[in-house]
Design a protein around this ligand. Structure first.
Ligand code: FAD
Length: 205
């Protein structure tokens, strides 16, 4: 077109010059601090898993209720996000049955397990041939209707506020609408290096 500069073609169509300028400024700054996209190496899933085995986490069972049916799965990919308002998130495999249920129901509860609840963790991870994962588990019910384990050391009852896709998982951000703990001195079940652990001693200076 006469008198007009050719525009670059973006992934989703024409992208505007302000966007291109911003991208160039960002690249310029990143190169200035010694970062170049071409320097990035590919991290294999095996290496990633090897590194993540060095990451210790608590073991939790995330439960939900959809159309009267309760379900749950063992989760370590859980974290708090903010205190005001209270927000948390869990990362759930898109192929897990619980994923579809949380997605549709928009609610979940996080039950923090105690060291003596290892078998429960295995059961909710599908490691045992247990038809009913909730069999014999003393249950209460959260404000949202999600099952709460009576013997969990602490629990959070959440409403989903946002869903963020990341690879084969979805992060379900949850606003905490109810919460409880069975005692401040109870310690959690931990998962580290592919095995269950209890808390060790407190690190002194
Ligand atoms: C210590 C520990 C921590 C864990 N942390 C997490 C976590 O943070 N997030 C998480 O999502 N999971 C986690 N898991 C795994 C999770 O607990 C189990 O996968 C559990 O069985 C999921 O239960 P479900 O009934 O929702 O899904 P299930 O129906 O039991 O599916 C379990 C898995 O089977 C596979 N699968 C199911 N259907 C299909 C299909 N149609 N095609 C191909 N594959 C399929 C998928 O890999 C799926 O994730 C953890 C397990 C352990 C032991």
């Amino acid at each position: 077109m006469a008198g007009r500069r050719a525009r670059p073609w973006g992934a989703r169509g024409w992208i505007s010059w302000p966007v291109v300028r911003r991208q160039r400024v960002v690249s310029f700054i990143l190169k200035g601090i010694g970062y170049d996209r071409r320097d990035m190496v590919t991290v294999s899933p095996d290496l990633f898993k090897q590194v993540m085995r060095r990451w210790a986490s608590t073991v939790n069972v995330v439960t939900t209720r959809h159309e009267g049916v309760v379900h749950g799965l063992t989760v370590t990919a859980f974290s708090s996000l903010a205190a005001e308002p209270p927000l948390v998130f869990v990362s759930v495999n898109k192929r897990a049955r619980t994923h579809a249920m949380i997605d549709q129901a928009g609610i979940y509860a996080v039950n923090f397990l105690a060291p003596q609840q290892r078998a429960l963790s295995d059961r909710f991870a599908g490691r045992m041939p247990e038809a009913d994962r909730f069999a014999g588990v003393a249950l209460g019910q959260g404000v949202t209707g999600s099952p709460i384990f009576a013997d969990a050391i602490a629990w959070l009852d959440c409403r989903v506020t946002e869903r963020v896709s990341g690879g084969d998982h979805t992060l379900f951000f949850g606003e905490v609408v109810a919460a409880g703990t069975r005692g401040a001195d109870l310690s959690p079940l931990l998962y580290f290096n592919g095995r269950y652990h209890g808390l060790g001693s407190v690190c002194e200076d």
